[in-house]
Design a protein around this ligand. Structure first.
Ligand SMILES: *Cc1c(COP(=O)(O)O)cnc(C)c1O
Length: 470
């Protein structure tokens, strides 16, 4: 932490700025006594820059909606899907992308999947029917989740979806449906304490059982790993190839493996992220709040680059090709990278002191149930953007919800906003389409659910917007 002199000015006022142009003096460079967090500006796509630069668009949508809303830009989802498909093509691998649907409910995302030839990974009858309604074919669905309901299994089999089987009991329930079903066996990763997937003994049992089930077509194996490391995924994928070859000796047409999701997303530049993680202090947070862990908001090898790394490791691509095996992936978050943001309106502000220095507490017109990270004992770190745009003095600001819960904060950390935000200003949280928007949405306090607004390009470089059909 930088020393601060009696006047509150930083002692090392050389105020070095890195190549991204932000201050790098442990958050104290603004002369606010070290109570302000370092900035974490999100990477911003051209479409987002245009939205922020439009003089009326955000204000008009906010007026029309009359509360917080989520902006979606499905063209970016399409581009993300193509990024993965191109990584498969470059590696010469037969691959297929299933969107992990729990990461976002928007109809425009499922529609983008249908249009781009991607499938959808669903885990409930609601998700399954929502995907079908947007044009994803039944045969392009992957059905995951533990001990799926009989209803879901029945629908999945009716629509020729691939079912990732999580237990021997579930496999028996599928066979009892009495008509043909396509299945993968979900493997419990080695040394994992996960409640999902089958142990070695359970897989053996399921293989034997499946051999006797005439209606069950065993198409391969799957796993889903936590973390964002390509190495264990490549290793386990190679192991699943071996399992397919073994299953073929038992007469099964095993020719697909699914390596699940967990493809990283790069939210903020490396330097901003290391400044934050190296210097983060309780002094930066409202009430001295401390979080034990954060999502890794900087990722050097995100999305398709991570797939390329997986395919390139230990000859996995050749191994898949040589054995006629199709590789499926189930990215959720990574298909939504830079495809949406969440907009709140400032309802009011207060000034409070921390360690003798003033900061602002904003109240916005929604709740942290529309910015889900707080519900995982963590905080969503990419900085919200103040709109209309302005350039002023960095003003340490925390953001609270319009609810009566002390703990309902959208941002506990004192973000250096470029000026004091006031009633009627908008706060645009960037890159929220992956999990932040709706996984915890709730009508708590009888507040309405924030609608999703889908943005489309219109002639003349304009946008048109519509309410998402979900
Ligand atoms: C959640 C989930 C995914 C998507 O995970 P991401 O980290 O969003 O990529 C994929 N497959 C399964 C089985 C999941 O449960």
């Amino acid at each position: 932490m930088t020393e601060v002199d009696a006047a509150g000015a930083p002692v090392n006022s050389g105020a070095a700025a890195d190549e991204a142009g932000h201050r790098m003096s442990g958050g104290t460079g603004t002369g606010t006594g070290g109570i302000t967090a370092t900035p974490l500006p999100a990477h911003r796509d051209e479409w987002e820059q245009r939205v922020l630069a439009e003089p009326n668009l955000l204000g008009d949508i906010a007026f029309a909606v009359g509360g917080p809303f989520h902006l979606m830009y499905p063209a970016r989802v399409a581009r993300n899907i193509r990024g993965f498909q191109e990584a498969f093509t470059r590696a010469g691998v037969d691959g297929f992308v299933y969107f992990g649907k729990k990461a976002n409910k928007a109809a425009c995302v499922a529609r983008a999947c249908a249009e781009q030839g991607a499938g959808v990974d669903v885990a409930s009858t609601g998700e399954l029917t929502a995907a079908l309604a947007q044009g994803v074919r039944g045969s392009e669905l992957m059905v995951t989740g533990p001990e799926k309901s009989d209803d879901l299994l029945w629908l999945a089999a009716r629509h020729r979806a691939v079912i990732a089987v999580d237990s021997v009991g579930e496999l028996e329930r599928i066979a009892a449906l009495g008509f043909s079903a396509r299945v993968l066996l979900r493997v419990l990763p080695p040394a994992s304490a996960s409640r999902f997937g089958m142990t070695e003994a359970e897989i053996e049992h399921a293989l034997t059982a499946a051999t006797a089930m005439t209606s069950v077509r065993l198409e391969g194996f799957s796993f889903h790993l936590s973390g964002y490391d390509p190495v264990p995924r490549a290793e386990l994928a190679a192991d699943l190839v071996r399992r397919c070859l073994h299953a073929r000796t038992l007469g099964h047409p095993a020719s697909t493996i699914s390596i699940g999701g967990g493809f990283g997303v790069d939210y903020v530049p490396a330097r901003a992220w290391s400044d934050f993680t190296e210097d983060a202090s309780r002094r930066w947070f409202h009430t001295g709040k401390k979080f034990d862990s954060y999502y890794p908001y900087h990722c050097p090898e995100p999305g398709p680059a991570m797939l390329t790394a997986i395919l390139g490791r230990d000859g996995l691509a050749e191994h898949l090709r040589g054995n006629g095996i199709r590789l499926a992936i189930e990215p959720g978050r990574a298909l939504l990278d830079r495809a949406g943001s969440t907009v709140f309106r400032v309802q009011g502000s207060k000034t409070r002191l921390a360690h003798g220095h003033p900061y602002r507490i904003l109240t916005v017109d929604g709740s942290s149930l529309s910015l889900s990270e707080q519900w995982f004992d963590s905080e969503y770190l990419p900085d919200p953007v103040l709109w209309p745009p302005r350039e002023g003095t960095a003003t340490p600001t925390v953001v609270g919800a319009a609810t009566c819960l002390e703990s309902d904060m959208l941002s506990w950390r004192r973000i250096p906003l470029p000026g004091p935000a006031d009633t009627g200003d908008l706060l645009v949280y960037p890159n929220t389409a992956g999990y932040q928007m709706d996984s915890n949405e709730s009508t708590f306090h009888e507040l309405p659910l924030p609608p999703k607004v889908a943005l489309h390009d219109a002639p003349g470089g304009r946008y048109r917007w519509t309410l998402d059909a979900h």
